[in-house]
Design a protein around this ligand. Structure first.
Ligand code: BGC
Length: 379
């Protein structure tokens, strides 16, 4: 089998539509769309792999779809300014057809995380390529997104797993925080100042409402405001969105809990997850590995890379999740019957594999500050 890095790039390239959109998964009917969430991390992985032309085409595509939403954002603003609450149907969608048309079906479409994530991704692209011309071309879309986030961030919306639409979620808010702070470098000073203030408000909100105090067991982030469960997406608060320091005691406690309840060989989304039984997700395993790299412990990421490589089939394709260690075996068949086998290849899985392999390679596999971190963690 060819090197999984090369194969991942090939799979991502082959599944980028002429429009620039990345399909989430080409062979799984419900995923034949482009999500801002999956798409941005895929573009980021391509940037890390030096495939900047692919990432650039994706961001231009995002620009073209967002422009279509400008009138909607005006409508939302009018409703909000008159003291009303727009209906979730009025919001910008979370996923689009590859040709850019929004998909207006019963999918839980009001999800805000992707709107922060794409801003973050664009800023990473510009940092890596110096392509300020792209920023000029997407200026109106960056401003539109900032306006949309400022109007909607306090409204309950579906989480990154497209569930629990009646709540706010620290991971989603972290995406918005990360997008706003990154966008400061993409806009003029007055807009940058507004974005900075809003990012600060969002961070304060997370720390005031999204943290669970477990007395002697410490404080950790909660899955959602008012839902004390744990969720692997809480890693995003530290990496890549830097809403908190990766070695902040709250973050360390959160990661401890993720390791205890969700990390087996891969990583589960959350303990109560029953989608395809609630299996282990290669992309989340890579995220935990990314956190280990960020905190100077690439040696802990190496077995994760091995495990993810073992998840590839003979064509070198990675699935969304694997089902040999699931939360609830009864649900595997239920989903297979409804939608067929687990989605494969999932571009987001390939993307996160690429990100982690670059992280490990850049650190040369060598640990740095591990003992200091362990002291903080156990103290
Ligand atoms: C996941 C989303 C993802 C979508 C497409 C859903 O099952 O929960 O996070 O964006 O699939 O990959």
């Amino acid at each position: 089998m060819p090197d999984l890095r090369e194969r991942s790039i090939e799979i991502i390239r082959r599944n980028q539509a002429p429009s620039g959109a990345y399909v989430a998964c080409p062979h799984f009917a419900p995923y034949r769309f482009c999500w801002l969430r999956d798409g941005t991390f895929t573009a980021y992985a391509m940037d890390r792999a030096g495939q900047h032309d692919s990432a650039r085409r994706f961001y231009l595509w995002v620009g073209s779809v967002l422009r279509q939403g400008a009138a909607r954002v005006d409508r939302i603003a009018r409703v909000v300014e008159q003291g009303g609450t727009p209906s979730s149907k009025d919001m910008l969608p979370t996923r689009y057809r590859l040709d850019g048309a929004p998909e207006d079906d019963s999918w839980p479409n009001f999800q805000l995380d992707g709107y922060g994530t794409w801003l973050w991704g664009l800023a990473q692209h510009v940092r890596m390529t110096g392509d300020v011309g792209l920023v000029d071309r997407l200026n109106d879309c960056v401003s539109l997104t900032l306006r949309y986030i400022s109007l909607c961030w306090r409204m309950p919306n579906y989480d990154c797993w497209e569930e629990f639409g009646d709540r706010l979620h620290p991971a989603t808010l972290a995406c918005l925080y990360g997008g706003l702070t990154a966008a400061r470098n993409l806009v003029k000073q007055d807009e940058a100042e507004k974005a900075t203030r809003l990012a600060g408000d969002i961070r304060d909100y997370i720390l005031r409402n999204g943290v669970l105090d477990r007395g002697a067991f410490g404080r950790r982030f909660a899955k959602s405001v008012g839902n004390s469960s744990i969720d692997a997406s809480l890693l995003w608060l530290a990496v890549p969105f830097a809403a908190v320091d990766p070695v902040d005691p709250i973050m360390i406690c959160t990661v401890d809990e993720i390791e205890r309840h969700l990390y087996h060989r891969g990583v589960h989304r959350y303990p109560e997850d029953t989608y395809y039984g609630g299996g282990e997700w290669p992309l989340l395993a890579c995220w935990l590995g990314w956190y280990y790299c960020l905190t100077g412990r690439p040696s802990l990421a190496a077995p994760i890379l091995d495990w993810v490589e073992g998840c590839a089939d003979e064509r070198g394709e990675l699935p969304e999740q694997v089902s040999d260690h699931v939360n609830d075996p009864e649900y595997v068949g239920v989903w297979v019957e409804r939608w067929g086998p687990v989605a494969r290849p999932l571009l987001w899985s390939h993307a996160m594999y690429l990100v982690l392999s670059h992280e490990v390679a850049e650190l040369d596999g060598r640990d740095t500050d591990a003992s200091a971190l362990r002291l903080v963690s156990r103290g």
